[in-house]
Design a protein around this ligand. Structure first.
Ligand code: PMP
Length: 369
């Protein structure tokens, strides 16, 4: 790690998580090995065994069958693959989905409550009136950390013969994940949110036997996703998945740090609004607004204090926008554009939280002066 990285306090696990120690070990040991997983020679076979081993481990993280898992380049590809497969039919997604769902060709959105939970009555009405072929609802929202009632949603979709896709990127490694129990048709995962490398993900085929196809060409992934496998990143994904599964219980302890953070924030500025606090949330995410102070101003102040936090979604252009998730939750434009997200993980410490709070208190004093 460079000196610059070591001096930063990393509180943006939902944006991307640092590599897990086990993954660093894999990266060190695997980096000298060449080999296309489709090649017949010894190194090809070695690459194949890395991919198949990873398949077992990633499948185990979601209690899925390894043969139902298709590796790809990440959650954006998985989400696009499912949504585009239903092109021409009615597709409804919750209003707080990731842009890789919202912008992939959906018909309409399902509203959420003020707490950031899918509005079940509104979903029911859409199922009855619109009869969508596909409903897409994420398991955990990346901005608020709010856990969606996915089993209830699946039950309602089944009653109306709608297929159901679930982006479980922010649930994996954070809460127990069991595709058989929740009963969705398609499930999306991403390696870099659980401590693997960026650029690998998976689409798991659940109840539905039909495999959506985005890329044609080679016969990789049993003809379900053409293109040479990213063996390095897939191998790391498997290692991260194994560690994530083992670490789920420990992950829940992070809630103590998150609660300390939120109590400290309320002491610093009682006007702070903590989003989704009345809904079930994953242990690591806190999303709050300091009204009238733009996300950008807050982000820059924290960055200068060497704290890596986020305004919500990591935007590809690096610009800071108002949160569409908060707008969907009924927040005013002002509240939606003054939000900051702190997302913690397995390397977060009490000291990190105290440093964040000290920097935030200093910032709040400065702007109040
Ligand atoms: N879905 C959710 C909920 C996410 O948080 C992200 C990452 N921001 C994605 C999809 C996209 O994942 P990837 O970077 O693997 O394409």
């Amino acid at each position: 790690m460079t000196k610059e990285c070591m001096e930063m306090i990393y509180l943006d696990y939902n944006g991307t998580a640092p590599l897990r120690p086990q993954v660093r070990g894999f990266v060190e040991s695997y980096q000298h090995i060449a080999g296309n997983a489709s090649s017949v020679h010894a190194l090809g076979r070695k690459a194949r065994s890395v991919v198949e081993n990873a398949r077992e481990n990633v499948a185990a993280l979601a209690n899925a069958l390894p043969e139902n898992m298709v590796f790809n380049s990440g959650a954006t590809e998985a989400n696009n693959t499912v949504i585009r497969f239903f092109a021409g039919k009615k597709i409804y997604a919750s209003a707080i989905e990731h842009p890789s769902v919202l912008e992939a060709g959906i018909t309409g959105t399902i509203p959420v409550t003020r707490d950031g939970v899918v509005d079940l009555a509104a979903l029911e009405k859409i199922l009855q009136d619109e009869k969508p072929a596909l409903v897409s609802v994420m398991y955990v929202n990346n901005e608020t950390g709010v856990i969606q009632p996915i089993e209830e949603i699946v039950k309602r979709c089944r009653a109306h013969d709608a297929k159901i896709h679930c982006d479980a990127v922010q649930a994996a490694g954070r809460i127990p994940l069991d595709i058989k129990k929740i009963g969705v048709d398609y499930l999306t995962l991403s390696a870099h949110k659980i401590g693997g490398l960026q650029g690998a993900g998976a689409l798991i085929i659940g109840m539905c036997r039909e495999t959506p196809l985005l890329l044609n060409g080679g016969g990789q992934e049993k003809r379900r996703r053409a293109g040479t496998e990213n063996v390095f990143a897939i191998g790391a994904f498997g290692v991260a998945a194994e560690a994530a599964k083992q670490g789920i219980e420990d992950f829940q302890k992070i809630a103590g740090l998150r609660d300390r953070l939120e109590a400290g924030l309320k002491d610093i500025a009682p006007s702070i609004i903590i989003h989704g606090i009345n809904a079930p949330r994953v242990a690591n995410t806190s999303f709050f607004s300091l009204p009238n102070i733009s996300s950008e101003t807050q982000l820059i102040a924290m960055d200068l204090a060497r704290l890596c936090v986020s305004n919500g979604s990591a935007c590809s252009s690096g610009t800071v926008k108002s949160s569409y998730v908060l707008e969907a939750m009924g927040c005013s434009k002002d509240v939606a554009s003054s939000a900051l997200r702190v997302s913690l993980g397995w390397e977060s410490t009490e000291e990190d939280i105290e440093k964040f709070l000290a920097a935030y208190a200093k910032f709040a004093q400065r702007i109040a002066a």
